[in-house]
Design a protein around this ligand. Structure first.
Ligand SMILES: NC(=O)c1ccc[n+]([C@@H]2O[C@H](COP(=O)([O-])OP(=O)(O)OC[C@H]3O[C@@H](n4cnc5c(N)ncnc54)[C@H](O)[C@@H]3O)[C@@H](O)[C@H]2O)c1
Length: 355
């Protein structure tokens, strides 16, 4: 199988976990069950078919470093689970724009290098897909990299809670350029949103009447600090909307990141409350706590999304690919309940139909 050439905009915690996973499973064409991945193989693509060919960041500790070192530079705190060999991919300086909010001033020193011509570097690297792994509140930076992807003719994956795939104009521009665009706001493998949706799906399918429910979480990564300030309302509305798709009637639901606790490191603690009634007006309450590592929680879905986009490219898809968006993201252009979005995605992967 040919390699899927990918560039990264943002070498933060999600990038760290992704790069480590690609190395960890790198020599295996069949990773096999039990590896923690939803799809060791997706279509004809193994994890080892994904190759990082370029990376951009703005942090002085990361720019000019080999990717194998940059992924462990502060303030990244994603768990280290493999020894990385030199990758020969130097992290290049992207323009900062709104990438470093004042809340991160004490944690991030901006690189004094001159920003690279991102579109040119994408072209020279041979990247087919640019993965935007930018901070939650970095709207301008996200739009900048999407623009560079368009110039270079790359597909764009928007993991941030910025409306891009959901924005008609952007969707049309990618369609016209004949390259895919997927987003918005990646959904973790067993993150709070996915688990909350699965619990509600279970209860609704068992005939229970849901009365009210919330999901709140705390974390210690820079992402949690960002979500607390600039992206709080946006994240909350995206999460609440997608969680509500699981309940076929109106119910008070709140879902959102709430706070930053620095000593949690990359750990995230999510609290769930669900109340409902079943036969005879009998009522029940569920209180749950999920403790997870944030960055690795993004990796399995991201690997699926990257390979899903490549399958889309192979078949001539352009603009938003609904099957990939609704499977991998919290704010897709067309939201479906979780189990239906998984079925649609599997169908898309199995189908051999070109556009
Ligand atoms: N489980 C998860 O971690 C998860 C789940 C869903 C969505 N996401 C989304 O993924 C994105 C990345 O998350 P993360 O935890 O890796 O964030 P992070 O804060 O660890 O990393 C962001 C990186 O982007 C860099 N950056 C900032 N401005 C830049 C610019 N202009 N150009 C290039 N790089 C720039 C930062 O220096 C940092 O290295 C976020 O938008 C988050 O909402 C993450």
């Amino acid at each position: 199988m040919k390699k899927i050439k990918v560039a990264l905009a943002g070498v933060g915690n999600c990038a760290s976990s992704l790069v480590q996973t690609l190395h960890h499973y790198g020599n295996l064409t069949d990773v096999g069950e039990g590896a923690g991945l939803a799809h060791p193989m997706l279509g004809n693509y193994a994890v080892s078919d994904i190759e990082i060919v370029a990376a951009f960041d703005v942090n002085k500790q990361k720019v000019g470093q080999d990717l194998s070192k940059a992924i462990f530079a502060k303030p990244n705190n994603a768990p280290k689970f493999t020894e990385m060999p030199i990758t020969k991919i130097m992290v290049q300086r992207g323009p900062t724009l709104d990438g470093i909010p004042t809340e991160l001033n004490e944690l991030v020193e901006e690189s004094d290098a001159k920003p690279a011509d991102v579109a040119k570097q994408l072209e020279e690297s041979g990247a087919q897909i640019l993965v935007g792994l930018l901070p939650s509140g970095a709207n301008d930076a996200t739009l900048f990299y999407a623009e560079e992807a368009l110039k270079a003719g790359c597909g764009y994956i928007n993991t941030s809670p910025v409306f891009l795939a959901c924005n008609r104009e952007w969707a049309q521009r990618f369609t016209d350029r004949k390259v895919p665009l997927v987003g918005d706001d990646l959904m973790s493998q067993i993150g709070a949103t996915a688990l909350h949706r699965a619990l509600l799906d279970f209860l609704v399918k068992r005939g229970v009447r849901i009365i009210e429910s919330y999901q709140l979480d705390v974390g210690g990564g820079t992402e949690s600090l960002e979500s607390l300030h600039r992206a709080r309302d946006q994240k909350r509305s995206m999460k609440t909307n997608i969680v509500s798709t699981e309940i076929p009637y109106e119910v008070p639901v709140t879902a959102g990141s709430t706070d930053y606790v620095y000593f949690l490191g990359n750990r995230r603690e999510s609290y769930f409350y669900l109340q409902g009634r079943y036969v005879g007006d009998a009522d029940f309450k569920i209180d749950l706590r999920l403790v997870s590592q944030d960055a690795p929680n993004s990796t399995s879905i991201l690997l699926d999304v990257i390979r899903g986009v490549q399958i889309g490219i192979d078949r001539g898809f352009a603009g938003p690919i609904d099957a990939v968006c609704s499977y991998g993201f919290k704010a897709p252009p067309r939201p479906y309940p979780l189990s239906l979005s998984e079925t649609i995605f599997e169908h898309f992967i199995r189908s051999t139909r070109p556009v």
